[in-house]
Design a protein around this ligand. Structure first.
Ligand SMILES: [Zn+2]
Length: 202
């Protein structure tokens, strides 16, 4: 069965929210609209205190102060993507995001996934010249993004294993062929690996 690979697990979207005086006040709205994941790389904030996550200004606030508190210019972002993106921007117009070769794509735009893809290794690569520019500027090819992607897949698989263990135990102590023990060993290993994952998120 082939798996649909996308950069982010789900598509973020900005809903209509009440205007705030400072951009930090949008944190809860952003967390909800971006479903607790970085708009650029898809890494989740669930493993760490959400405060570690940054609020990125898509068009940098240093260059476009008028957009500093505009909700539609904000992106819920992991600090790796936000710091890498810094105040990079092509041109002097906040409305011109890219020139087809250089620049950025709003993570809430359908176009975002058209220029980037996720390989089976978990690595994020550009599909187009613009995509490759974005990968380079945001450092989306960092190993941590691969690791955290695979860790999310491993967690989902473990959920299935947990259910199977429960099922076997409900039927009365295992299946008699050692599968029960094997599943329990897998669960234990998976939990140990999760400890490393937790540290990698910071
Ligand atoms: Zn990120």
């Amino acid at each position: 069965m082939s798996e649909v690979l996308v950069v982010r697990g789900r598509m973020p979207t900005r809903t209509a929210v009440a205007a705030q005086k400072i951009y930090q006040s949008y944190r809860a709205d952003l967390k909800r609209d971006f479903q607790g994941a970085c708009g650029y790389c898809g890494d989740e904030d669930v493993r760490v205190d959400a405060v570690v996550f940054h609020i990125d200004h898509f068009a940098p606030k240093s260059r476009f102060p008028d957009l500093a508190v505009s909700y539609h210019n904000l992106v819920y972002a992991c600090r790796y993507c936000n710091v890498s993106k810094s105040d990079h921007w092509i041109g002097k117009d906040a409305a011109v995001h890219h020139d087809g070769k250089q620049g950025f794509i709003d993570p809430c735009s359908e176009d975002y996934e058209k220029h980037l893809q996720r390989l089976t290794s978990g690595r994020i690569v550009g599909k187009t010249e613009l995509g490759r520019y974005i990968v380079g500027k945001l450092k989306l090819n960092l190993i941590r993004h691969e690791l955290l992607w695979q860790a999310r897949r491993a967690r989902k698989l473990r959920d299935e294993v947990e259910r199977l263990i429960d099922e076997l135990e409900a039927r009365g102590k295992g299946d008699g062929y050692g599968h029960h023990e094997l599943l329990k060993r897998y669960r234990s290993l998976s939990r140990a690996i999760e400890d490393y994952e937790l540290r990698a998120y910071v």
